[in-house]
Design a protein around this ligand. Sequence first.
Ligand code: GLN
Length: 451
Amino acid sequence: AHLDRIDAVDGAVHAFLHVAGEHALETAADVDRRRAAGESLHELAGVPIAIKDVLVTKGMPSTAGSRILEGWLPPYDATPVTRIREAGLIPLGKTNMDEFAMGSSTEHSAYGPTHNPWDLDRIPGGSGGGSAAAVAAFEAPLALGSDTGGSIRQPAHVTGTVGVKPTYGAVSRYGSIALASSLDQIGPVTRTVLDAALLHDIIGGHDPKDSTSIPGTWPSMADAVRRADVAGLRIGVIRELDGEGFQAGVLARFHEALALLEKNGAEIVEVSAPHFEYAVAAYYLIMPAEASSNLAKFDSVRFGLRVNPEGGGTVEQVMAATREAGFGPETKRRIILGTYALSAGYYDAYYGSAQKVRTLVQRDFDAAFAGVDVLASPTAPTTAFRLGEKLDDPLAMYLNDIATIPANLAGVPGISVPAGLADEDGLPVGIQFLAPAREDARLYGVGGALE
Ligand code: GLN
């Protein structure tokens, strides 16, 4: 049924870069066999799932939205993919994304943009617009995304879906094509909070293949949803993300959701996070710095594309020609920015300063969480903007991440839950909750209370 749905709507939505139809049917038959053989399977066994193209999948195209990886077939599965296979979920294919997860609109994909199923002239968010659009358009009931500065939560916000960025280290990054290693996290994109929790329980937990993976066990996220109760919970509204620069309809739905939580026994207080206003600036130095280093491996030798200059050339010339042809404009912009920020003469002024701001943002979280259980804000300042609207204005595109970036800088978990439709345009709005590191279950509890 999902393959039929993809056939019917993906021509217009373009959520998928690769549909693995035959593979999905074979996997489904295999799950039936495992079940018939008496294997006790996960309750989601047999449920299809879409996978963001940033995660490598054995023998299945994995481009991260870039030309430079066109035609590359990975020899292994990323750990979250291994875990969904073991649980008996059925990978449907790979979803579209901004090249190397750089963007907030999926317009930086080398393979053309994804369209928001709510309004095909609008962006589905980014960088994981493909995963969110696939779930919103009923092409897949579940999807995996990656969130470096908001790429799971902001697409969820603009498509009326649920998106979770787990605590840094809660889900293995093994096999996730790295954008910024100190910020990236893999997480669920779904239509309900319970679905997200069930998926989180499958993909999460320690993985010895990722040195930043947190050891030890975690409580069940699904249980947290099933027990959802906000009585006595202290929710801090972040003053700096509740006014100027935010669309009226976004703020209206945000306050309505808070009022509902208050009615159910939560206590709403205002808190201040004075350094959040510098988070976007710090992020757009740290992220390109790490990305420029991570992307150095695309050198025309190890993976994918190789462009030979006419009449041959030296190794350096082949490398330059390949990177010139294989990387899109946003990727090049960030490589240049990041290399500059890391260069000897400017390291302290840019990268060093950004790291200090990162610490100040972390301290804002520490101070806030001393007095509240969770923090709340709108997930993004506006509903889905029009395709093309911010494409030529990188700063406007970057500012869209103002509410999501602080969580990545601090490594804390965040969830975006649908909060209704904005009055002025009828488009979806998300409310974001943030919790202290390792308190992911608390977020699922609050999110579950809104369903
Ligand atoms: N929009 C942010 C960026 O462009 C976040 C991307 C992400 O989370 N992968 O970097």
